[in-house]
Design a protein. Structure first.
Length: 188
């Protein structure tokens, strides 16, 4: 059984909806892509032959190990990429090799009428509680073991993607990681 040292949190930067968006993310990650758009294999190979740069080939699976999303008003915790495999969620700091990737489906950026789609803003308390339960369960199951002695706080090893990829806001500019840790600490 593989264990992980840290957790890196993400958001999908999409509006959470009535469908299982995790499957859409999985389809996206397993497809040929250019500029955020999915290409057919034929289009990708043609463009590669034309020398077009920036084409991303399909990944083995979704990049995140876990996803949490609300479907029809109910929160679901969905297993993504096998926890036995490196992630494909945060190349900076080699975190794909050291950290579990957890994606919250939704857009948790501060609302800005000129930039953000409707539904942006901080995650609600119910979602933070679900995330906290997942974090504690992963630790209690021995799948996530921070590399320190017994004097540590496990939540010191939960990070936002933006802490490694400083050019990103992920898991959202309205996502309060300190608030998540406060909610989660009650479950430890």
């Amino acid at each position: 059984m593989r264990t992980w040292e840290s957790i890196v949190l993400h958001h999908s930067l999409t509006r959470d909806g009535k469908v299982v968006d995790a499957e859409a993310i999985r389809r996206f990650h397993k497809s040929w892509r250019l500029g955020g758009m999915i290409l057919t294999p034929e289009e990708a190979h043609r463009k590669l032959g034309e020398g077009v740069r920036g084409i991303i080939g399909p990944w083995k699976d979704i990049g995140y190990h876990w996803l949490i999303e609300r479907v029809g008003g109910v929160l679901h915790t969905i297993e993504g990429r096998s926890m036995e495999l490196d992630g494909a969620h945060c190349k900076e700091g080699n975190m794909n090799h050291h950290a579990l990737g957890i994606c919250l489906v939704g857009n948790y950026n501060k609302t800005d009428e000129t930039r953000e789609p409707p539904g942006s803003g901080p995650p609600d308390r119910e979602l933070l509680i679900a995330l906290g339960h997942l974090i504690v369960r992963l630790h209690d199951d021995g799948r996530w073991t921070p590399p320190t002695d017994k004097s540590y706080n496990i939540l010191d090893y939960v990070h936002g993607h933006r802490e490694y990829a400083t050019y990103k806001l992920c898991p959202g500019s309205a996502f309060d990681i300190a608030g998540l840790k406060e909610v989660t600490y009650k479950f430890i």
